[in-house]
Design a protein around this ligand. Sequence first.
Ligand SMILES: Nc1ncnc2c1ncn2[C@@H]1O[C@H](COP(=O)(O)OP(=O)(O)OP(=O)(O)O)[C@@H](O)[C@H]1O
Ligand SMILES: [Mg+2]
Length: 361
Amino acid sequence: MRDLSHVIDALISGVVVIDAAGTVCEMNTEACRILEASAESARRQPVEATLGPLLAKLVRGVLASGRGHVENEVRIERRYSTAPLLAEIAVSPFHEPSGQGDGAVLEIRDRSVHQQLRDAAFERERMHSFGRIAAGIAHEVKNPLGGIRGAAEIVAKRSEDPRFVERAKLVIRETDRIAGLLDDFMVLGREEALRLREVNLHRVLDDVIDMNDLDPLSDGVRIERLYDPSIPELHADRDRLAQVFHNLVRNALQAMAGCQGDRLGIRTRVDFDHPLSRGDGPHVPAVSIEVSDAGPGIADDLRDHITDPFFTTRESGTGLGLSIAQHWVTAHGGRLVLENGSDGGTCARVTLPLRTSRRDS
Ligand SMILES: Nc1ncnc2c1ncn2[C@@H]1O[C@H](COP(=O)(O)OP(=O)(O)OP(=O)(O)O)[C@@H](O)[C@H]1O
Ligand SMILES: [Mg+2]
């Protein structure tokens, strides 16, 4: 019979061929990646040794019953990676022409990327609906706010009583603060087009670092720039990107205030095969920018909420920094993810498509 191993290796699904005794006969490249095992180590071993208890049980069940089995979402615990992998699996029995009994073929399709993209699409939709309502309310509040500020200015100018002047000035300061907050808030509901042009990413990052350098928060912080010089100019909105990185760098500096660690790392790199595209479309070349700090990191139970508008754990925070950053990254067709960094702090990673300039919404 023709050797079809190169054809099986070309499949995007993981394939494991098992004989009637439950011994692994063959395993393709994708199955090796998913199961984190080599074909050599798996061959001639019982399924339990390579597939783990859950998949092995399903395979044994099919071998015993002779009936196929399909599951849409199975969490596969992995040998080395800490996070389980979400997969779609099918186990089909087959008859050995040699008459040695029925074997089974296990097909595993990695759904984790698909799941991530679905989550991102859901998040985008959620933010859009939220943003539209928010912008409507903000707009309504801004109009009377202008009137209140105007009236307070008149009182401040005309009043002879210093106590009234002082209070009117307080009203002016507070209305300005609320107006600033509303401006930030309204960003989330805006569908406005990005002003795309060629942007030198490293220059944007340098400008953000320089701007923050003047702030006392940066005192004693070592900023390490690990730039990939091969990154070409991006087709992007310079000001929006600056706002994204400014918010991330400020969060990093604030997280480090009062902490032992003093290193803030900014790393860029090209990722030629990144799953940024929608649905099951092709992977696209992307660039990642990581802002890593040596702060306390983000507690697991807060992680799902930190990009929610108004979620903050800081006394003087508005909780809009990350939602605005996510808004503009998404508008560029990119993604923003916050993870635990390797040194215990936080790593905020922005991934942007290298060439596309369309809004991915
Ligand atoms: N680098 C980080 N390390 C630890 N926690 C972080 C980090 N970045 C964000 N967070 C958490 O996420 C929350 C939300 O951040 P976000 O930037 O949206 O708002 P904020 O910083 O609290 O206020 P502001 O609107 O002024 O940015 C923070 O209050 C903090 O709890
Ligand atoms: Mg912030």
